[in-house]
Write a protein that binds this ligand. Structure first.
Ligand code: GCU
Length: 611
């Protein structure tokens, strides 16, 4: 029954997408927080609808009449039958996952309807957009009883233009969010993280002039530390305009002309203080067209590879990192806020990090902007995780779309240096061509950043000597290689790392994108006693000794900063649906291994970077 409902729900959403076409999802408006905005966050009315009765009749046909929940219909007489009522159905906080807001919804996967009423008086001639930071997983959006469109993917932003649809008073916005997992989705049905459902990031109304600056890319040209190269895109009737790009602090002001499509490409030299973790310099960049003005905070740095080196601003760098899931630091559930971003990145900095891997999906924009401010380089990833339907063109289109949306939102963030297109995916021809397409998409959307993936090397034992070989065919397409290994936890003993050598078939930098083991904070015992802090501490000591011996290692992001919820972790008293590989517990308590890694990173910080 659930599978039938999931197909119908997906069909309904795709029909919605198809009926109005994803074209209905307007081009992403950049940097919305620099705009005239109205937040729609807060308590929303919500109806939990496990059988999708708000969308489908008993023959599973899409509802179009007043029984459809998006109509938000009220009985007109005492005898009229209406079997739903948002206003007496309870509330859920937006932004937020529904799972941690009600005990009864912790394991819930399915549909939830949200309703928010609002009044809005728009300035004449201006345009109005409705922006969503993210909704997990399928979103169908309705305004005043009319469909606006839909979106698939739980971790990227989307918006709709509602200029001609909004009324001064009594608007009602209704969303149907469905997070039922599906084999053809991205991610697919199996993940080691909680499937948090809901409107998980802020919802915002933004008002812009008739012709406005919709997006821009202002970064240093690939391989340069003094040439700015970029583009900008206007949106509206008056596309050919003069646009001034100003960087007042650098005494820069450039006038460019947009073409008949509203696009302009530009390149000019600039004498700038380069962004780096040691000095995360951000400049105010003003983009002023004849009809619009937007201000942005941008850092300028170059990131490149040369052989097995990673070069930041032309100098070799070692990426002292940690992996992070997008969960709030000291409470269960998804996070979206600046404060939480600051807390998580402060813990990473306390560890001695200059780098974080935001796993396994695009994290919220506040995290990327905070990384810019705090000087923490970022690995960002799309949830092409484990065994995706490689042969399914719809699945590829979906993955490409999520990658495109992630890049569109964050392509002006200096902190963001690596796009990762996959995690632990089984080698096959179909998989290789799927990932190859994503690598090409990333490079063409943004030629300035590096592309990677978290691979899984294989072991060779020859007369007792253990060597691990990185020879995944997709590595030839990547700029930087990522590799996940769990020596001492899923394979072998921690001490075996002491005699393991690594061999790469590629003259490329390696980031050990995952290693680690579980420990319950406060649970103590011998170094061979699993789940104890001593076991994890010992594992880290042997891992670090092994990693130091890998000549082409240029970074690492141990798994993971903080214990996180996972439906795959059922062991009572020790896991209780948490993956316990954090160096910090889910209550913010630091485990012994935290200090082992901190000590190593401090050593690296005081040592000369690897030549
Ligand atoms: C995998 C995977 C993670 C997972 C981790 C673990 O490598 O990439 O998502 O949480 O291993 O098993 O703890």
């Amino acid at each position: 029954m659930m599978n039938l409902l999931r197909c119908l729900a997906l069909a309904l959403c795709l029909q919605l997408l198809a009926s109005r076409g994803t074209a209905q999802v307007a081009p992403l408006v950049a940097n919305i927080n620099a705009r005239q905005t109205t937040s729609l966050d807060g308590q929303w009315q919500a109806i939990v609808d496990p059988y999708d009765v708000g969308a489908l009749d008993y023959r599973a046909q899409p509802l179009k009449n007043n029984h459809a929940f998006y109509k938000n219909y009220k009985p007109q007489s005492e005898s009229e039958l209406v079997e739903y009522d948002f206003d007496t159905s309870g509330q859920l906080y937006v932004p937020g996952d529904w799972n941690t807001q009600r005990e009864s919804l912790l394991f819930y996967e399915g549909s939830v309807w949200y309703k928010r009423s609002f009044d809005y008086t728009k300035s004449p001639k201006n345009r109005l957009f409705l922006h969503f930071g993210a909704c997990n997983y399928l979103a169908a959006v309705y305004l005043n009883g009319e469909e606006l469109g839909g979106h698939e993917g739980g971790f990227t932003p989307f918006d709709f233009e509602i200029t001609d649809r909004v009324k001064p008073r009594g608007n009602f916005l209704v969303l149907r969010i469905n997070d039922t997992r599906g084999k053809d989705q991205v991610p697919t049905v199996n993940t080691d993280w909680w499937n948090y459902g809901g409107i998980t990031r802020p919802v915002t109304l933004l008002e812009v002039p008739e012709t406005f600056v919709q997006d821009y890319f202002v970064q240093l040209e690939k391989g340069s530390t003094h040439q700015i190269k970029g583009w900008l895109q206007l949106n509206g009737p008056k596309l050919q305009q003069n646009v001034i790009i100003r960087i007042p602090e650098a005494g820069l002001s450039k006038t460019i002309q947009t073409d008949s499509k509203g696009r302009a490409e530009f390149s000019f030299s600039a004498d700038l203080t380069l962004w780096s973790p040691e000095n995360p310099k951000l400049y105010t960049v003003e983009i002023a067209s004849e009809t619009d003005q937007v201000t942005e905070r941008i850092g300028f740095r170059s990131i490149d590879v040369r052989g097995a080196k990673i070069l930041l601003n032309g100098k070799p760098v070692f990426l002292r990192g940690i992996s992070i899931h997008e969960e709030a630091p000291t409470r269960p559930g998804r996070t979206w806020s600046e404060d939480d971003a600051r807390t998580l990145l402060s813990w990473a900095k306390e560890l001695g990090c200059n780098f974080v891997r935001l796993a396994h999906y695009p994290h919220n924009e506040a995290m990327l902007r905070m990384a810019d401010q705090m000087g923490v380089m970022v690995w960002a990833e799309v949830p092409v995780y484990w065994t995706i339907q490689w042969e399914n063109p719809q699945t590829l289109h979906n993955a490409e779309n999520q990658l495109k949306e992630m890049i569109a939102r964050d392509h002006n963030r200096a902190a963001l240096i690596i796009y990762s297109v996959a995690n632990e995916t089984p080698i096959s021809d179909a998989r290789n061509s799927f990932l190859r397409q994503l690598v090409q998409d990333a490079h063409s959307a943004d030629p300035t950043r590096l592309v990677s993936a978290a691979l899984q090397a294989h072991e060779v034992v020859d007369r007792g000597r253990i060597t691990i070989h990185i020879d995944d065919p997709i590595a030839s397409d990547l700029d930087v290689l990522g590799n996940n290994e769990y020596i001492g936890w899923y394979v072998r003993h921690a001490e075996d790392a002491d005699s393991i050598d690594w061999i790469s078939a590629y003259d490329k930098p390696l980031i050990m994108s995952e290693f680690g083991g579980d420990a319950l904070f406060g649970y103590h015992g011998g170094t061979a006693a699993r789940w104890t802090e001593e076991y994890q501490e010992n594992l880290y000591q042997h891992q670090i000794a092994m990693l130091k011996r890998i000549p082409f290692l240029r970074g690492m992001t141990p798994w993971i900063l903080k214990d996180f919820r996972s439906p795959r972790r059922t062991l009572p008293r020790l896991q209780d649906f948490f993956n316990r590989k954090g160096l910090v517990s889910d209550h913010g308590e630091k485990k012994k291994a935290f200090f082992v890694l901190q000590k190593f990173y401090r050593e690296l910080q005081s040592a000369r970077p690897p030549e």
